[in-house]
Design a protein around this ligand. Structure first.
Ligand SMILES: Nc1nc2c(ncn2[C@@H]2O[C@H](COP(=O)(O)OP(=O)(O)OP(=O)(O)O)[C@@H](O)[C@H]2O)c(=O)[nH]1
Ligand SMILES: [Mg+2]
Length: 293
């Protein structure tokens, strides 16, 4: 039996979280077209007769001096240090610039085995594919390279084959049916954040965090009450998240409800959402300590 911890690393929007969800056949980690969606080291667990792979999805590796971005980068680097195998995802739709090179420089220095994945094969041109292959051959010549589409589940089995080849022998660390170890409050807040950031643009997705204030079960009505707040940085952003006549907040509630309900099978759900502003929270270490854990 094999058992390995795998850190998924790559630039923002490379498709790391999408791949994790495809592998686990579950929404383990939220995704969005805007970069820097993932903010925590998120565990997703895959088990089959070969053994168990315990993945850690990480925040996209982004070069920046901003407080929050540095913390996100630290989370990614820490996950690298703690894993048996690194799964490096490269989005070949974008040319490998300074940021991609910073990642491969980091990976070239560590002794942990690496599997590289050229993602988004469904939309790549031949030229883009060749460019990515050449980049990987030069930067990480000994790592196997798989081309895949995380979105369409193509090439994903080949990634698992390579990962199991490199996985050490070991007993399962989680029950065979486990797919994540995230606390319920965190999963609920992430679902709401995903729905919110997918409705807004530009800087606003980055200015949002969600805090779950209360989850209460009322036995007499078999209902779970969730009270959560969507926090933005400025009053003007509050209006955008709420939308005209409350249209956006209604969509966020409608889209979040079925996914949150899945966490509490057989129970009714009441979701109470508010939108609040908290000035410059991205520089506030108390908030960052709370949400970046
Ligand atoms: N066409 C296509 N799009 C993909 C694929 N994988 C991911 N995407 C899209 O790329 C965008 C980013 O995906 P995520 O999975 O959130 O990327 P990520 O690497 O986790 O991003 P961060 O958390 O910001 O670092 C989303 O719009 C996905 O739907 C793929 O294989 N093909
Ligand atoms: Mg992500």
């Amino acid at each position: 039996m094999k058992c390995a911890t795998i850190a998924i690393i790559g630039r923002p929007s490379a498709g790391k979280s999408t791949l994790l969800n495809t592998i686990c056949e579950m929404k383990v980690s939220i995704t969005a077209s805007t970069p820097q969606t993932t903010r925590n080291a998120i565990r997703g667990i895959y088990t089959d007769p070969r053994g168990q792979l315990i993945f850690t999805d990480t925040p996209g590796y982004h070069l920046s001096d901003k407080t929050m971005n540095k913390r996100l980068q630290d989370t990614a680097i820490r996950s690298l240090e703690e894993c048996d195998v690194v799964l490096y995802i490269i989005d070949a739709k974008r040319s490998a610039g300074e940021e991609e090179k910073a990642i491969t420089d980091l990976l070239a220095k560590i002794k942990t085995p690496i599997v590289s994945c050229i993602n988004k094969s469904d939309i790549l041109t031949n030229g883009e594919h060749e460019e990515a292959k050449a980049f990987l051959a030069e930067q990480l010549p000994t790592s196997p390279v798989i081309t895949a589409s995380a979105k369409l589940d193509e090439g994903v089995d080949d990634i698992l084959i390579e990962l199991f080849k490199l996985a050490p022998e070991g007993e399962l660390l989680y029950p065979a049916d486990a797919y994540t170890d995230q606390p319920v409050e965190f999963r609920v807040s992430e679902i709401i954040r995903e729905k919110a950031i997918n409705l807004v643009t530009e800087e606003i997705p980055h200015a949002i965090y969600v805090t779950v204030e209360e989850i209460e079960y009322k036995e007499e009505t078999n209902t779970i009450w969730v009270r959560a707040a969507i926090i933005v940085e400025r009053d003007s952003q509050k209006g955008i998240v709420v939308g005209k006549g409350g249209a956006n907040i209604k969509k966020i509630r409608e889209r979040s409800t079925p996914e949150i309900r899945d966490i509490f099978p057989g129970k009714k759900l009441q979701l109470d959402l508010r939108v609040k502003a908290q000035d410059k929270w991205r520089n506030n270490s108390i908030v960052l300590d709370k949400i970046l854990r």
